[in-house]
Design a protein around this ligand. Sequence first.
Ligand code: NI
Length: 191
Amino acid sequence: MIITKLKIRLYGDPVLRQKSLPVKTVGPAERMLIPSMIETMYQHKGIGLAAPQIGISEQILVADIGEGPVVLINPQIIKKSGSDKMEEGCLSIPGIVVKITRPNKIVVRYINEYNEPVQREFGELFARVIQHEMDHLKGKLIIDYASLSQQIKIKKHLKAIEEGRLQDLPQTAPIRSRIKEELNKEKGVSA
Ligand code: NI
């Protein structure tokens, strides 16, 4: 199997604001893409990655919260409950975290990498990362949840990302092995 290293698209790239199209069927193109997406997620120490983040406007996301990778294609939330507030980071917006309130239990209907229809319940961090990635499929980003005062604070930082001046930014990307520790501290993770 050929695994390609994919470039993560950063804030300012128009593909991150596009609505992704549903996948008709998991074919050879998707079968090549999915392992590369998983590898790219690991390389960047993320716990999730959505196809628009590597420049592909299709409804595909991958996630791994430390239990092995899962692939969700054309995901639809059919039930949600509970609520949690947690800081989230995004591989496409390095150095920024936003506190986001989301349901902490969701039931998702999707197709897996073998073209099989699946209905599965996700909770806690798993529910969070999937909702974060599903936002990506709708062209929505964590900064859209920021308060007005935070939006003002991060303006310069976002401009630096847009203009490719990443060296000016603080390094805050958390690593996967720290997920549990981060959770205990109620800190966020990047996806
Ligand atoms: Ni993200």
